[in-house]
Design a protein around this ligand. Sequence first.
Ligand code: DHB
Length: 414
Amino acid sequence: MIIKERTQVGIVGAGPAGLLLSHLLALGGIESVVVEKRSQAHCEARQRAGMLESTTVELLREVGLGGRLDREGLEHDGIYLQFDGERHHLNFRELTGGRWITIYAQTEIVRDLIAARQAHGAALEFGATDTEVADLDSSRPLLRYTDAAGRRHQVACDAIAGCDGFHGVTRPSIPRGRLRTVYERSYPYGWLGILAAAPPSTDEVIYCRHENGFALHSMRTPRIGRLYLQVPAGEDIARWPDDRIWDELSRRMAVPGWELTTGPILEKGITSMRSFVAAPMRYQRLFLAGDAAHIVPPTGAKGLNLAVADVAALATALIRLLRDGEPDLADAYSDQCLERVWRATYLACWMTTMLHVVPGQDSFESALQLAQLRNLVTSRAAATMLAENYTGYAPLRYAPSTRLAPTALWPWVA
Ligand code: DHB
């Protein structure tokens, strides 16, 4: 028995991209079904990044998702850059004429989105298995899945959004040879991340280059710290008991007169690092968004912000296509997103290679890293370049009637 259904947009994945897309589409009068293989509890608990560009914050506020974000988010003017045992502050708000960053965990955004969707009676299917997309060459692509109760569904859609992450099913379902290009780079290190019941020892995030490797001090609340250490690729977490993690964080981030506050480690895990871009981000009526289309290494925290930007453009394009019958924005979707994706890919790759140390790297490489860092803290032009790219790429407006021409994405270029 297969249950046959119909919706306008079938969305695979209930991470921030899929959920926000469903929310934005609903605001534009477009119905959707969201299918997710994990449980709701899993989606609401997984720890990811937590740094929002001001453009992301503005978009979330504009679409009614700013309540808890504004109450609990921690607004920062900039970041600290540390190298050679010195810590320097870069004030992004001042450098960009008002843009900032907000610490608010991705997992909190997911909770807010699930609550908002469920309050509107949205169709969210958690715990789905055997999800597949089919008939991509027709104007009615199909989304099939088995729900948590074991019933098989087939949903006829006007469009399908692949928001199912790097390992999802949607990108591989594009026929061979039709994804024109895949760009990829892996890095010989990963990040060991901890969540700790330790009040942050800093008012703003510290990015630190040290001979032993990179370290990052971020936070989640005034009582919970989020910290990361560069470790070798493929490292075994068992080699990192809590004391060793705190010792190494203290060593790498040491500056005279400053002390790192430690506390119980609530969670720890290792993430590998890669850059990946699939192009185009569309095949017929299947549109990829977020990690399904591109991955950045975490340095610079672009992943979530890119996903939000993709989805703002995609919602606008799908509303225009399905409500007004105009395909122009859908046709422009991939090119417009990829422009921003490549800017962020550049930023993330540059910050990563400037701040991470490969064991045994030659002295020329080390001297170049230090020269770049010194340039950033002494040249206003260099610092402004980092500040502009870090805080977001354009005022992302969710406006179905707005033509998302390059001039709308890059107003200062016009
Ligand atoms: C965080 C993560 C990042 O990758 C980053 O560059 C800054 C902050 C975070 O988890 O808070």
